[in-house]
Design a protein around this ligand. Sequence first.
Ligand code: SF4
Length: 171
Amino acid sequence: MLKKLKFLGKIYIYKIQGLLGLKRTDIMASINDYYRDSFRKLRKDDVAVILPHCLIDEKCPAKFSKSDGVMCNKCKLCGCGSIYESAEQKGYQFYITPSVGFTKRLIQRKQLKGVIGIACEYEIERGMHAEKITLRGIRVNGTGVKTQGVQLHKYDCIRNSVDWEEIREIM
Ligand code: SF4
């Protein structure tokens, strides 16, 4: 019970900080902490690693699928291919998404129960206001999804970077 109250309190404080224009606390760490145990109990094939398109190389040769996003062929021009390999080995689904809207539809289409997601600070802030963060998961289009997230290094839609090891550690 105390854990639940602390979690809800942190979300409330995060939103208030935003409204007052104050520096926000690291909400991703709080969300990861809260959902970690239940996330680990999920079947791996109900979970997807979803990377944002801003991590792919500018010369990425992958084709785009309207249903599955960027179809990485593991060419090794960027770090996404290596994460794809690890995700496959561990039994996770893997996608590279062009947008937040696409990610939400993907979660619904694939009926995902868990997501290892990567997002920039701006998208995290937007998501915190747009999605309902509940004790049973983040409500995405009516579905409760347990998430484990990693924050991108910057707000850049073309040339972004991330701590790849942090993603591997979560996997
Ligand atoms: S590893 Fe995948 S995502 Fe990265 S450039 Fe190659 S095909 Fe594109």
